[in-house]
Design a protein around this ligand. Structure first.
Ligand code: ATP
Length: 230
């Protein structure tokens, strides 16, 4: 209960009136837990896109993956702790407030309705996820609501064949071009590679080894306090 009150207060204090935003980037995921790989990419991405805000959107239940091991309220709290000093970052709990699988198309259509037609909206995803985009619900409609910015990841290749490759060929543009419109383009960008994963962090903790320096100290302190991933 206390957690949800804190989350609500934080949401109110962190999220500016969304109607005033001209550009927003969103990064979805399980964030089980959030780590330096997510945070550094988010920071580099916000600078590259020059967007006013970058919002982390933790999912309740990914349609493509196993259910997260830790509750949505705790994963949300870890994101809040991780971004407390970064005023251009925010966390958005809408997928935790919906029931059932967290479909990106639902999130983007809600955001578009709130932001209005002219706000430039970027959906950030890793190349591994992008390569399987055609398995996502109403995947061809994603570009009706947002641009897609794909983070090149080590060991994942740009798709060269099939429906996703064709979508990329038709819609690929430079990042600087995306800024000129509200939605509809795809850019592939390379950021500083940090091969850190939440899976590796959970494995370290369950094996009684320290994940320190792979995630913010405040998040690690919270994990210990709550006895998570042991
Ligand atoms: P898990 O190990 O549980 O699969 P994860 O560390 O990959 O988790 P997610 O919450 O699934 O984290 O990722 C959310 C988003 O962040 C995805 O778009 C993913 O591609 C991206 N991401 C994850 N790890 C990194 C990293 N080290 N560097 C850059 N992006 C990352």
């Amino acid at each position: 209960m206390r957690l949800s009150i804190i989350s609500t207060l934080k949401k109110i204090s962190v999220l500016p009136r969304i109607s005033v935003l001209n550009s927003l980037a969103v990064m979805g995921g399980t964030f089980d837990p959030i780590h330096i790989g997510h945070l550094r990419s988010a920071l580099e991405m916000r600078e590259l896109l020059g967007c006013e805000q970058l919002r982390f959107i933790p999912c309740l239940q990914s349609p493509h993956r196993a259910t997260p091991t830790v509750s949505g309220a705790l994963r949300l709290r870890m994101i809040e702790l991780a971004i407390v000093d970064e005023s251009d970052f925010a966390v958005d709990a809408r997928e935790l407030d919906r029931s059932g699988p967290s479909y990106t198309i639902d999130t983007l259509s809600e955001l578009r309705a709130e932001l209005g037609a002219h706000c430039t909206l970027y959906l950030i995803i890793g190349m591994d996820a992008f390569a399987e985009l055609d398995t996502w619900r109403r995947w061809r409609e994603l570009l009706d609501f947002a641009h897609i910015v794909v983070m090149q990841r080590p060991q994942s290749e740009v798709p060269r064949h099939g429906a996703v490759a064709r979508l990329l060929q038709e819609h690929q543009r430079d990042v600087s071009e995306l800024k000129k419109t509200a939605h509809g383009g795809i850019a592939v960008v390379t950021l500083t590679p940090l091969p850190i994963s939440a899976t590796a962090i959970r494995t370290l903790i369950s094996g009684k080894r320290s994940p320190r320096y792979l995630l913010p100290d405040a998040v690690w302190a919270f994990i210990r306090e709550q006895h998570l991933y042991v």
